[in-house]
Design a protein around this ligand. Structure first.
Ligand code: UD1
Length: 419
């Protein structure tokens, strides 16, 4: 196991390049199962979660080559329909193979993912919708056992917006017989990306960027070459690194449209930014004021960026409030920030930050991906040394985080946990 050792209070300079999106790439990897042949994906981030999905695909019989962010997937022969517990338990997104396996093989056996540090995270929406699409589903021994004599188009109205369930059903519906209408679909850029990918494979999908998607099922899809979009949460993370350390850095190779909600909040706080299509430069940071915000489905403020905003809000005098409406337990990073000197209370789903604190470095522990990254941001402004342990959580979703921060001038090192 590794930990980060950070000596804070350094000014950052220069530019940082954003990697391909983890959450966009994961469903594309699963969607490659829908066709037989060689799919080529470019700009795939080299991350633990991607490697876990590749392990799942390999178990199913897929052959792959992954070099320098280019991934070739050969899905010609699938040898099983089973996604085992040992892999699925480490990453919930493994549930993405359910729709493609049902569509291609007519059966799927996927371990139930279980809970995780940010809340219970059920999969009922995936299962209910797949049943409507014509699958018979039993839950036995911790596995989802799904079979179908052929998926059939239907109308599905999600009672709650879910990125994962929208993606899974899309992947099932593209090869189903007849027309499927998905209502209350998620609008996240990762869903838009999956739609673009499926359309390139030959799928017929209408309604992109609206909450109603209409899919005309077809018999066969073809393998394609595709480039993954930049990671919007990573771009938000480095933007916050620059703002919190009051540094005039530039975030490049990003899609600005995908983080408009963060840009709006930063401008409301008082940060001046120079924004173009694919880059953001931090211009001026002065007289900042606290904010009230709510996490919401896209295009609202993303739940994944909530923990990354909190360290900045601990600096700004006055009260700020973040109302977390998506994941009820996304608060494990808060006691760690309090140990660094922040004044924060949690009231139901609200994070109430009494700003104006100066953070002090100490030993802290990451307990989930974005919460772990938030502790790194806190370390960048803390006095003295901050040690962030259990950074395997951060490695799940950030490509070369310490290299990128070092290039910007941060004093951050990765060392063995027992050192
Ligand atoms: C994805 C992202 C995650 C992000 C989240 C919300 C990936 C791999 N992960 O997760 O980083 O934080 O979107 O933008 O892309 N829910 C149910 N039943 C279900 C499914 C979800 O009740 O069957 C609930 C969840 O508990 C949560 C809400 O719906 O409260 C939204 O979850 P969802 O959009 O499905 O998140 P994920 O797709 O798991």
């Amino acid at each position: 196991m590794y930990k980060y050792l950070i000596n804070g209070q350094k000014e950052l300079k220069g530019e940082v390049l954003i990697s391909g999106s983890k959450n966009a790439a994961l469903p594309l990897l699963a969607a490659s199962l829908l066709t037989s042949g060689k799919t080529m994906l470019r700009n795939v981030p080299e991350l633990k979660d991607i490697k876990t999905m590749l392990e799942v695909l390999k178990f199913l019989g897929v052959k792959y080559l992954f070099e320098k962010n280019n991934l070739e997937l050969d899905t010609t022969k699938l040898t099983t329909h089973k996604a085992p517990y040992d892999l699925v338990k480490t990453m919930r997104a493994s549930i993405y193979v359910l729709g493609p396996l049902l569509a291609r093989l007519g059966k799927a056996m996927v371990s139930l993912p279980g809970g995780c540090a940010i809340g219970p995270r059920p999969v009922n929406l995936h299962i209910d919708a797949m049943e409507k699409l014509g699958a018979t589903i039993k839950i036995e021994d911790g596995f989802i056992h799904a079979t179908t004599k052929g998926l059939k188009g239907t109308e599905i109205t999600f009672p709650k917006i879910s990125v994962g369930a929208t993606a899974n059903i899309l992947m099932g519906a593209v090869l189903a017989k007849g027309t499927t209408v998905i209502k209350n679909a998620a609008l996240e850029p990762e869903v838009e990306e999956l739609i673009n990918f499926l359309i390139k494979m030959g799928a017929r999908i209408e309604g992109k960027n609206t909450d109603t998607l209409t899919i005309q099922g077809i018999q066969k899809l073809k393998p394609v070459q595709y480039t993954v979009i930049p990671d919007r949460i990573e771009s938000g993370t480095y933007l916050m690194a620059g703002v919190i350390s009051e540094s005039p850095i530039t975030i490049k190779n990003m899609n600005v449209d995908h983080i408009r909600s963060l840009i709006r909040i930063l401008e409301e706080i008082g940060v001046q930014l120079e924004v173009s299509n694919n880059s953001v430069k931090i211009k001026k940071i002065s007289n900042l004021k606290g904010v009230y915000l709510k996490t919401l489905p896209y295009p609202g403020f993303p739940t994944d960026l909530h923990p990354l905003l909190t360290p900045l809000l601990t600096k700004i005098k006055g009260i700020s409030v973040i109302n977390e409406t998506i994941f009820e337990n996304r608060f494990a990073y808060i006691p760690e920030l309090i140990r660094m000197g922040a004044e924060i209370e949690i009231d139901d789903h609200m994070v109430i930050i009494k700003g104006g604190s100066r953070l002090n470095g100490t030993k802290v522990m990451a307990s989930d991906l974005r919460g772990g990254a938030a502790l790194v941001l806190a370390g960048l402004i803390a006095k003295n040394e901050t040690i962030v342990d259990r950074i395997y959580h951060i490695d799940r979703g950030y490509e070369n985080m310490e290299d990128k921060l070092q290039k910007l001038g941060a004093d951050i090192k990765r060392i063995k946990s027992d050192q």
